[in-house]
Design a protein around this ligand. Structure first.
Ligand code: CP3
Length: 385
């Protein structure tokens, strides 16, 4: 089987080979994985960034009883939240319920989520000495995420793709340095510009930790790893290239060497896309601001794309939402290598029914487009004969 992954994990390589040889109906798992590898599919696979979160009444019910961190740290609860959301939406892939910031704790940084404020890191790092003190030897402490993946994987089998995830070095560093979310990333950039050696040391430590964390997730059954560089759009192309690209490329390489495709996603990245592509990721997640066909042209044909409905369009009346879904699919033109998604996370208050409708429409419209395409290919072949 042709694959761009250095060594596709045995489980998935076997599954894809079986699919191809028997022409069995595709499962969500194989449809999703094939799209990541730019292989043809029967219809476009679909899942949603932040599909298990606060807009879902089932999640809210669990959340009333447990803190966010308690849910993340309980494999049973994390698996339950993941499974409930994926089942309810009937998507092709499940993303494990966890948070980007979990690796901070074993690295030695305490943080909490404050209601209405988001994450707060109690003692943000600001100096070479702070960076020197960060630990990279306690990643086994994050084993609860792998255990949750094991449970979800056992539940779904091939029915759904299993997505593990981690933050990218830059985005995680920004939380560690700013102490929380940021508008201008002043402290992050100050450190980056004024002490490049300390910045490099921080990037190295993060890459070590994240590669190992991703490895735990893959060994537990993750089919794909999504690397969230949510705030990379805060960087100029020059700064991204100089301070972020080399380490991110290394991380992507290490994760791909585990035998899984990598999805690399950031927000506000229109100008960064060609450079993000240089990380070697198999799939680039497009944010909702760029037309999908433009984004795809920019990343080139050797890369799949994921996206990119505006998550706020999920609040629109039915006809308009459907038109926007159709627009994304028309721009994707039924070519191999597209995974339908929102162009940033689903926000609280989103009507669940609208998300379910989007899944239905993606299925209907993309299957119809595939059928039209095979008919027209058939007609062209017939004319040639
Ligand atoms: O489908 C899901 O929602 C699954 C799990 C998930 C969470 N965080 C749980 C969570 C995922 C994929 C994340 C990723 C994450 N976390 C990112 C990258 C994705 C992105 O949106 O770009 C980032 C930047 C974080 C850090 C973080 N965690 C922030 C900024 C916040 C507060 C604001 C927000 O986005 O909700 C969190 C809290 C958080 N993480 C919640 C959930 C469900 C909501 C709070 C709660 O339930 O108490």
């Amino acid at each position: 089987m042709k694959s761009s992954i250095p060594s596709l994990s045995t489980k998935r390589a076997t599954q894809l080979a079986v699919d191809i040889s028997k022409e069995a109906p595709m499962t969500g798992g194989s449809r999703f994985l094939r799209a990541c590898l730019r292989q043809p599919v029967d219809r476009t696979p679909v899942w949603f960034l932040r599909q298990a979160g606060r807009y879902m009444p089932e999640y809210q019910a669990v959340r009333r009883e447990h803190s966010l961190l308690a849910i993340c740290k309980s494999p049973e609860l994390a698996a339950e939240v993941t499974i409930t959301a994926a089942e309810k939406l009937d998507v092709d892939a499940a993303i494990i319920f966890a948070d980007l910031l979990l690796p901070l704790e074993p690295m030695g940084l305490d943080f909490e989520f404050l209601a209405g404020e988001g994450p707060v890191v109690h003692k943000p790092i600001r100096s070479a000495a702070d960076i020197g003190a960060l630990r990279t030897d306690r990643i086994a402490d994050l084993g609860y995420v792998a255990e949750a993946i094991r449970r979800v994987e056992k539940h779904f089998g091939d029915r759904m793709g299993m997505i593990g995830f981690c933050g990218a070095p830059f985005t995680l560093a920004s939380y560690m340095i700013e102490g929380g979310g940021s508008r201008n990333y002043i402290e992050t950039k100050r450190l980056m510009y004024s002490d490049p050696a300390a910045w490099q040391a921080l990037m190295q430590k993060l890459a070590t930790v994240l590669a190992e964390y991703a490895g735990q997730q893959v060994r537990a059954g993750a089919d794909v790893i999504q690397i969230f560089d949510s705030w990379a759009g805060a960087l100029s192309v020059t700064d991204y290239r100089e301070y972020v690209l080399p380490i991110t490329r290394l991380l992507v390489e290490q994760v791909r060497a585990l035998g899984v495709p990598v999805i690399y996603f950031g927000v506000d990245t229109a100008t960064l896309l060609p450079t993000m592509r240089e990380t070697g990721a198999d799939v680039i997640g497009l944010d909702w601001r760029i037309p999908l066909d433009t984004g795809r042209r920019v990343v080139g044909e050797h890369c799949a794309v994921q996206g990119n409905l505006d998550p706020i369009a999920l609040f629109a009346p039915e006809a308009l939402l459907r038109a926007r879904v159709e627009e994304v699919l028309r721009q994707a033109a039924g070519l191999p290598g597209h995974i339908f998604n929102v162009g940033h996370g689903i926000v609280p208050g989103t009507p669940v029914e609208n998300v379910r409708n989007v899944v239905r429409w993606v299925r209907e419209i993309s299957a119809q487009m595939q059928a039209e395409q095979s008919r027209s290919i058939g007609a062209t072949t017939a004319r040639k004969v």
